[in-house]
Design a protein around this ligand. Structure first.
Ligand SMILES: [Fe+2]
Length: 183
């Protein structure tokens, strides 16, 4: 029998989702193979296994009709110039879109469908739409500030992280003295 979801609320802040029930973090040691320069990542992990990003989530049934949501905080940092980012994923259900809303900082939303790549620069209050079928990853392009965003997606989306490994994102984002470069 399906669990009955009752009304509830949380509070979005620039640091966390107040009222969250689930917390996950990804450190450099969880990001093996994701950055272009794996040797540099491994060396950084050896000296300090920094947190790359944190996810604050509320438990909602992962079922059609429900809306999952979370707050993600990507820390500032780079691996050989490549900006800290999320692992990125596709939805297992290719009919499920997603919405991201920028909360704080400066980021890039990188999307890919086949060989087609799109980027959207995200700031506070930017609402970005990720159409169904597009892989998506977010990148912190600030040198010293966290990038924080809120996400909402259908309960029956599922996540395919393996596909993002087998069909890696063809563009990467690097910090530059005057901003950032997507290449
Ligand atoms: Fe997603």
């Amino acid at each position: 029998m399906n669990q009955v979801q009752l009304p509830f609320s949380t509070v979005i802040t620039a640091e966390e989702l107040k009222g969250f029930t689930h917390y996950e973090e990804r450190k450099l040691s969880d990001m093996k193979g994701y950055f272009a320069d794996e040797e540099a990542r491994a060396a950084m992990e050896q000296s300090a296994d920094q947190v790359v990003y944190q996810v604050y989530r509320v438990e909602v049934p992962p079922e059609e009709g429900e809306l999952l949501h979370c707050l993600t905080v990507i820390q500032p940092g780079q691996v050989a110039g490549e900006c800290f980012m999320t692992k990125g994923h596709y939805h297992l259900n290719e009919k499920c879109a997603e919405i991201y809303v920028g909360v704080k900082g400066k980021g890039v939303l990188l999307m890919q469908k086949g060989q087609e790549v799109r980027t959207i620069e995200m700031r506070e209050n930017t609402a970005a739409y990720i159409p169904a079928g597009w892989g998506h990853r977010t990148i912190n392009v600030s040198a010293d500030q966290p990038f924080v965003f809120f996400s909402v997606w259908p309960g029956h989306s599922g996540y395919d992280y393996q596909r993002a490994v087998e069909e890696p994102f063809v563009k990467r984002v690097y910090l530059r003295p005057d901003g950032y470069e997507v290449k």
